[in-house]
Ligand binder design. Sequence first.
Ligand code: SR1
Ligand code: MG
Length: 400
Amino acid sequence: MVDYIAFDSTQALEYVKNQTNFFAPDAELTCYEFGDGNLNLVFRIHDQQQHSVILKQALPYARCVGESWPLTLDRARIEASVLIRHGEVCAQTTVKVLHRNDTLAITVLEDLGHMHILRGQLCQGHTYPNLAIDVADYLAKTSFYHSDFYLSPAQKKALVKEFTNPELCAITEDLFFDDPYHRSERNNYPNELQPHVTALQNNSNLKLAVAELKAKFLSSPQSLLHGDVHTGSIFVDQTNTKLIDPEFGFFGPIGFDLGSFIGNLLLNYCAQHKRAVELPKRRDLHAYLLNSIQTCVAQFEKTWLQLAKTQTRDLALQAPGYAERFINQVLRDAYGFCGTELIRRTIGLAHVADIDGIENLRARVEVQQQTLLLGEQLILQAPQCDTKEDLSQLLLSLLL
Ligand code: SR1
Ligand code: MG
């Protein structure tokens, strides 16, 4: 077996040529690296006839920081395995795995180059009619079919073990729940924001609510999550939506993925205030983003309850009213996790282009103040909401 080496473009090309049969033996192949994410190498290999595949390789460290931040290669195994499992229950919205090599930390994937990464598209003001329903469908199906409602206790426990992902979870635990609420060298924000950050870090009620969310993240193996559903992990076009990149996958609280997704839509919503877009266009984008959040939450709840009604295998969990009670708590969790995403993307290590792309410092800081406040209030107030309508009202009141 070949030991791990980090590929350059030539090695990636040779690997696909010699170890797979996606291309004809005499095909003239070209390869280039174009990864711009935080962690991995991403190569595109194509022939002269427009056929192409993506080869993704994990590096033994976090690419965005360098070798000083070592990171397990096992994340490639986790990512390929989550994609395969999620693809089995929601093929339409999961990128296809064509080949894997866990020793080399390689996953070869279908090329979605004809589609676009959602974050960039939202920043440019583009909208996608199927996005909310597709993401809801993905989140409901992947979470239901990997939960105790559907799996036997033995299957579930075996999977929890298989998808134990301590190093990647530790990143989320630190970046979402610790760093923003304490002094940390990894935090990153302009001096102008310091008074707001200090107030946030001195807010003991907020820290209590964040402790509840972190405890839930640490100790609620409800289902097999994607683990990193931000708008950079979603490819879109006018008809399709595809989720990529679940290397942070593990068995965790179901609301985390939904919360991350709506958090990223809200980051874009807030950033639109200061983008150079005309007011009517901004109103349309705001309406689109709000509608997408509400549609996604409602559709997620509807699909989940439908699945629970028809496919729950566990006897006790079939008790009338339990699925509704369960999913109401998932939605409260989602709005809380959404709040932590808003805050960590504003003052933590990993920012979003939606906000960092605002060139004018004063305008950017105004947006950052808004995302901090919104995140804080969602974390504090979501636990008091009984239904999705209450949660939606809470969000609307905070966006006024
Ligand atoms: C060091 S990794 C920083 C962030 O990038 C990933 O996509 C996750 O969101 C993580 O928190
Ligand atoms: Mg990623």
